[in-house]
Every structure is written in C-alpha cells, then in structure tokens.
Design a protein around this ligand. Structure first.
Ligand code: DCS
Length: 485
C-alpha cells in the first residue's frame, strides 16, 4: 500500500471496466509465484524447491528455447547496418541473411529501424507478408489489408474496439478461451457470448451448440457481431478439421458475423493426421470476396519462432468495405506505428529461407528440432496426466498447452470454499506451494460449470520433463489423499 493520504484517483473512481477485467494467465497464482521467488532469493532453502518454474505462459525463450539463427541475423543487421560495411560480416552472417537485411533496410522509412513507419507497418514488409500468405494459401493477399501490430494482442484490441459499441453488442467466444478475449471484451464494454467446446470430443467445436448460443443471445437483446475461433486452440490444443471450418464459415456468412480467426498457432501442429488450414483459404475457395468478413491474426510469439518479447504480429482483413478499413487505419495512426523490430520479424516468419538458400539447411534443422521436441513433450506430459488418479487429459494436436481435467474430491472443494477460493485455483496454489510449478487454473479460461482443470504449457525443457512429472505426480497423490472423500 502507498502512503498517499488523499489520492486524486481513489480506486472506487476508476473506470469500472478496468476493475472488472481479469487475466488469469498473469493473475493471482502468478503474483503469488513472484512473491515466493523474492522469498527464495532472500532466503534460499526456505521452501521444498529451489526455483519457481513458470509454466503459466506460452513464452518459449523464457524456458530456454533458442531463437532461430536466420531471423536474428537479419534483425541484427537491420538494427546495426554499419555491420554491412565490415569484411568480418561475411564470416559471421550467412549470405542470404545479408541480402535479406539489405532488402528490408531499403524498404524502411529513412532506411532505419529508428524511424516511425507507415501506421499499417512498412509497406515493403507488408508486401513480403502478403507473398508469404499467398504461398501458404494459394490465393493472393493484398498488402493494403494487412496491419502490423505490437503482437496479435494489439490487433485483437483494435478489432474489438471497432466492433463493440455497448453491452448490447456480443462476441461469440469459445469456452475455454484465451482470456485476452474475455478481458478485451470487458474493457471495450461488450458482452461475451460463450459457446462451449466439447471436451469429450477432443475439444471439438459443434455447430449446433453455436447456433443455440446465438439464438439465446438474440432472444436476450444482444446483437452478436462476431465469432472468435482459436485454431489451433488455446488452452485446448485442438486442430479443426477442414469440414468443421467450412461449417463455421457458412454459419458466419448466414448469420452475418465477422469471423475473428486467431491463427497464432498456425505453425504448431504435432499430429500427422491433422494440418493447419487458414480460414482465408476456406473462404477464398468457396465464397465471393463480399460474402463474408474475416480477420486473421498471426503473431511472432508462437510457432517455432517464439519471439514473444519482440512484440510483433499482424491482422489480415478480408471482406471489409473501404470506409471501414479507413476507420481502422485512422485508429492505427493514433498509435503512429508498431515497433519496427517486430515488423521485421513478422516479415521473416512469413518468408523463412527457401530450399537452395544458404541458411535453409540450418533453418530447417532448427525449426524441425523445436517442433518435433514440442510434439514429444506434449505426449510425455499428456501421458503423465492421464496416469494420475481422477485426471483426464485430451491430446494436444497443436498450440502449446495441455488442459487436463481434474476430478477434485468434495473435501477439497469444501476446503477451497473455506479459503474463499475457486477449487482449481486452490489446487494450483497448493501445487505451487509444494513444488514451485506455476500452472493456470482452468477457471481463468472458462469451463463447463462443476468441472475443474489446470493449464500447463508443453514448453519445459525435454531433459526436465521426467523430474517435473514426478513432482506433479507426488503432489497430486498427496493432495488426493489429504482430501479423500
Ligand atoms: N492469441 C492467442 C490464442 C494466444 O495464445 C496469444 C498469446 C495471443 C493471441 C497474443 O499473442 P501476442 O500478443 O504475443 O502476439 N498467448 C498467451 C498465453 O496463453 N500464454 O502466453 C501468452
């Protein structure tokens, strides 16, 4: 608490939307973890573990993942172009990193990362991203429909700000969902209209459930403006089938909903029988440009790149009228521009080295090593959860998380109530206090009432997984026997 006696801003006076907004991924459990970390630094040995391990965030480089060499070489050269004049550079940097950096520098305003760029992002970089999208989908992309942002989060905020006028405007959101959506809908003053993913069906999305929710919202006076789909899913890890995506697009067309396609995990698919297909490709292969409005979000934070701290991402608008795009551009220009390192990385993840280029071999081996290891880690953790009493865990087909369901004993639920805590937060807190592992309670993502989950990332270093699994199991066993019904 501060010592200001008569604050100009008493907390009762602040915007109630700010007070109401919640973000569990960095919520109470995370705050408690930070306190424990400080305590451990001051007092080593004071806890039954030596370190706090943060599995609450999909933050790969925080857990030891190395950046992709080509991306960082290009970025380094763009940030410090004087390197391009040095003879040493050819020894340290690959030839295609040098030529890519020169090409990127030639497109930057003032040929410098230190200048504000166009508010949508550097035009040359948007052109490169449009080429990457066209190669991915087999359909052209227009650089004028691409807005580069400081991470996908900023793009989601921009679109929700555009769509939501009041609490009578609703946004269909999956439950469980990544709480950026619930938090941003609250901040912008709209109403979250939930649709439940089917856990029994590996977190599949059922269109009849959607239709029911839509009808319910409309009967209650809510004008539903858009539908969020996270594919591959966070926290649920499912990868949608093409036929399911077609049903979703058709529903959005028929009902006049903007499809908000969160595709930030497009490079994170681990199972052989599934692949990522963009909603843009589904739409372009079956619909006219003016039949449906869609926004696709992509980020440099995820995939095999994991450049979370560089804050880069983009949104691609499809089927929006010019006058609306002008309004979005105006809002983007209020922020001047997104950071240029993030913009450069966004252009690189959508245009990685191609076969035949000097960096390709190393790039490919780095990428494959990360993705295949993530697949193995997902499987090892999934098996571990499924071997625990009262726990069931669906497969992570993609993304970076597992969302196991925990059948909590009634006595644990009672104890949570006494501690004024949600039962899965109580479980996560006890886990943290006993092991130093930071997971996120399922209640932070939403879940079917009466079911309890936790979310973990699949990012722990592979060599640490056996030790983590035995810590998790030992904790779970002692928790279950302590609260046995
Ligand atoms: N969309 C989804 C589905 C996400 O999971 C995330 C981040 C974002 C958007 C935003 O990413 P950037 O703003 O970094 O581009 N995932 C969070 C999570 O669940 N753990 O770490 C961050």
């Amino acid at each position: 608490m501060s010592f200001i006696k008569t604050p100009a801003v008493p907390v009762e006076s602040i915007n109630p939307k700010v007070k109401d907004c919640e973000y569990a991924v960095r919520g109470e459990i995370f705050n408690h973890a930070q306190r424990l970390q400080e305590e451990l630094e001051k007092n080593p040995g004071s806890r039954p573990f030596d370190e706090i391990i943060y599995y609450n965030l999909g933050n790969p480089q925080a857990l030891g993942q190395k950046p992709i060499t080509f991306f960082r070489q290009v970025l380094a050269l763009c940030e410090y172009p004087a390197l391009l004049d040095s003879d040493e550079t050819h020894k340290l940097f690959s030839s295609d990193a040098i030529s890519r950096a020169k090409k990127i520098l030639s497109t930057l305003t003032g040929k410098s990362t230190g200048a504000y760029s166009h508010s949508k992002g550097v035009k040359g970089l948007r052109e490169m991203i449009a080429d990457g999208i066209a190669l991915r989908d087999g359909y052209p992309a227009n650089p004028e429909d691409i807005f580069l942002t400081d991470g996908a989060s900023a793009a989601v905020h921009m679109i929700l700000q555009l769509l939501i006028r009041s609490e009578n405007d609703g946004i269909l959101c999956p439950i469980p969902q990544y709480p950026l959506y619930s938090a941003a809908i609250t901040l912008h003053g709209g109403t979250l209209v939930p649709y439940y993913l089917s856990e029994a069906n590996n977190w599949g999305l059922e269109v009849f459930e959607l239709k029911g929710r839509l009808d319910w919202a409309r009967e209650n006076g809510i004008s539903v403006k858009a539908m969020v789909v996270i594919n591959p899913g966070n926290p649920t890890g499912q990868v949608l089938s093409e036929s399911n995506q077609q049903e979703i697009v058709e529903l959005c067309r028929k009902e006049g909903l903007v499809l908000l396609a969160d595709e930030v995990y497009q490079d994170n698919v681990y199972v052989k029988d599934k692949k990522f297909i963009s909603f843009k490709r589904i739409i372009r292969s079956g619909y006219r440009e003016d039949e449906i409005s869609m926004v696709s979000f992509q980020s440099i934070s995820k995939g095999y790149y994991g450049e979370c701290g560089k804050r880069g991402g983009y949104m691609e608008l499809c089927g929006f009228r010019e006058d609306v795009k002008d309004q979005i551009y105006k809002v983007a220009s209020v922020n001047l521009c997104s950071n240029t390192s993030g913009q450069i990385l966004a252009s690189l993840i959508m245009n990685p080295p191609k076969p035949g280029e000097e960096s390709h071999k190393l790039f490919f081996s780095e990428k494959e090593a990360i993705l295949s290891s993530l697949g193995r880690r997902a499987k090892a953790l999934e098996d571990a959860f499924n071997s625990m009493e009262g726990v069931s865990c669906q497969k992570a087909e993609g993304a970076m998380y597992l969302f196991p369901r925990i059948k909590l004993p009634n006595k644990a639920i009672e104890a949570a109530k006494k501690a004024s805590m949600v039962p899965d937060a109580f479980y996560a807190l006890r886990l943290l206090d006993a092991t130093g592992l930071v997971l996120v309670p399922g209640s932070g993502f939403g879940q079917v009432p009466g079911t309890w989950h936790v979310r973990t990332t699949i990012l722990p270093d592979e060599s640490k997984i056996p030790a983590i699994v035995s810590r998790l199991k030992a904790f779970h066993e002692s928790f279950m026997s302590e609260f046995q019904d």
